[in-house]
Write a protein that binds this ligand. Structure first.
Ligand code: GAP
Length: 444
């Protein structure tokens, strides 16, 4: 599917079915900020829960943290963001559009699109200037330099400044990690591609503190572990790859970095970054705060400043990958079927329950079954409106993996049919066993 086709289709499906809406749409929208609707919020929560489960609950060496978005302004001086978190911005004198200088070949003047792909021949560009991507605001009632604070552009710094708090409270020994999921804000010059690059987004980041010298080994461990997590979401493995950063690509804090990339319709792009940040951040916070940030192992009489292996994935970007990877159009009996082949574990609705007809107590039986599934925390949807074919189609678009139909035979033997969204195969299952049948497939 062509680049714009798929993104346009995803934007339209997302709005139609309630995955993602443009923020403040009735006012004409807010630039590159999006709201998650009833299905989107479930999909996003499922992604976050899968991440938290694997990164925190299933391990004994990673602790959770939920640091505040607003931090002391010195944090961002120490981290290098005040000085260095910039993009080179150029403005066109003709159309007044702003571009990232390093992305010029991909863009065209807003007034007169280039006739020559790859060039911006109609723009009259001004001098480049560095533009800091952090959002500024003021704390307290007085506006001014002394009251200036920033919306955090990454969650990571909250983990560094809390390193000793978490370590002493949890009595963890190095190596151990701190995991966080939370909002981050970047005033991107060229956001776009739906929820790929936005100005407000969520990150799931983990900082793993290790003894210097063991950092290379842990870096290898985490890159494999993170790739395995993405694959566990059902993302097609051939659309995922590693991209190792060359010396000119490395962030100022990184000794080594690898991205996990996904093949979007607009090319291979970063989904997650894994960095060896050395002791850069802890050393800088020591310098700026005057507080020691060392690990002391009294058992063996060692003290050192740990190195950090960071894993950083965008939650919204993962949602986009899941939607893009799951979207399929196919011909079924002369009709085009749009289907989201989401893994059952992340699908917003796990089962839809339908009475085949409105006769013979079928609606009552189906409603009761849907209620029982919901009571077992299996998000389920009851629908009796329209033909059974149309009801299946609506759920196919929502990514619901299982369609359960109560029919004439149900009254005789209490069995129902379960239709698989992807294979369209149907099996008969005893109504009393539907719950465990579903749980096996959702969590299995
Ligand atoms: N703490 C390291 C860090 O923030 P990053 O590569 O800048 O590293 C990590 O961000 C991940 O956050 C990216 O791989 C991407 O998935 C997501 N991300 C970054 N900027 C984003 C944006 N403007 N919109 C959506 N997601 C973004």
């Amino acid at each position: 599917m062509a680049e714009h086709d798929l993104m346009e289709k995803l934007v339209s499906l997302s709005k139609r079915r309630g995955f993602v809406f443009q923020s403040s749409e009735i006012y004409g929208g807010t630039g590159s900020v999006w709201d998650y609707g009833p299905l989107g919020v479930e999909l996003k929560r499922n992604v976050k829960e899968r991440w938290w489960s694997r990164m925190v609950h299933q391990r004994d060496d990673v602790e959770g943290l939920d640091a505040a978005i607003l931090m002391h302004p010195r944090v961002w001086e120490a981290s290098g963001h005040v000085e260095g978190f910039t993009d080179p911005l150029v403005e066109c004198k003709t159309c007044k559009k702003r571009f990232r200088q390093d992305q010029l070949p991909m863009q065209a003047c807003g007034r007169k699109p280039s006739k020559h792909p790859g060039e911006v021949d109609e723009c009259e560009l001004g001098e480049p200037r560095l533009f800091n991507l952090m959002f500024k605001t003021f704390m307290g009632p007085v506006e001014g330099d002394a009251a200036t604070i920033f919306l955090r552009p990454e969650t990571a710094q909250g983990s560094y400044v809390n390193f000793l708090n978490v370590q002493t409270a949890s009595r963890q020994k190095v190596p151990f990690g701190i995991a966080q999921i939370g909002k981050a804000f970047r005033n991107e010059i060229t956001p776009g591609n739906f929820i790929f690059r936005t100005r407000e987004f969520e990150q799931a980041e983990m900082q793993f503190f290790v003894e210097p010298g063991s950092d290379d080994e842990w870096f290898e461990y985490w890159r494999e572990e993170r790739m395995a997590w993405h694959q566990s979401l059902g993302i097609r493995p051939e659309r995922l790859r590693f991209h190792e950063h060359g010396p000119d690509e490395l962030a100022h804090y990184a000794k080594k970095a690898v991205d996990i990339e996904y093949e979007f319709s607009f090319g291979w792009k970063e989904l997650e970054g894994i960095h060896n940040r050395t002791d850069f951040d802890l050393a800088r916070h020591e310098e700026y705060s005057g507080k020691r940030l060392e690990y002391i192992d009294t058992g063996v009489g060692k003290r050192f400043r740990p190195f950090v292996i960071e894993t950083a994935v965008g939650v919204d970007r993962t949602v986009l990958v899941l939607l893009a990877d799951a979207y399929h159009e196919e011909e079924v009996e002369g009709d085009t079927r749009v289907v989201l082949r989401l893994h059952p574990a992340v699908a917003p609705i796990k089962a839809a329950v339908f009475p085949l007809t409105k006769k013979d107590g079928q609606p009552e039986f189906a409603r009761k079954l849907a209620d029982e599934l919901r009571a077992a925390s299996i998000p389920s949807f009851y629908d009796e409106a329209g033909s059974i074919g149309r009801r299946y189609r609506r759920q196919d678009e929502a990514g619901t993996p299982f369609g359960i139909t109560v029919d004439g035979q149900t009254a005789e033997d209490s069995s129902v049919t379960i239709r698989d969204r992807d294979t369209l195969e149907q099996v008969r299952v005893d109504a009393g066993k539907v719950r465990s049948w579903l749980l096996d497939r959702i969590h299995g």
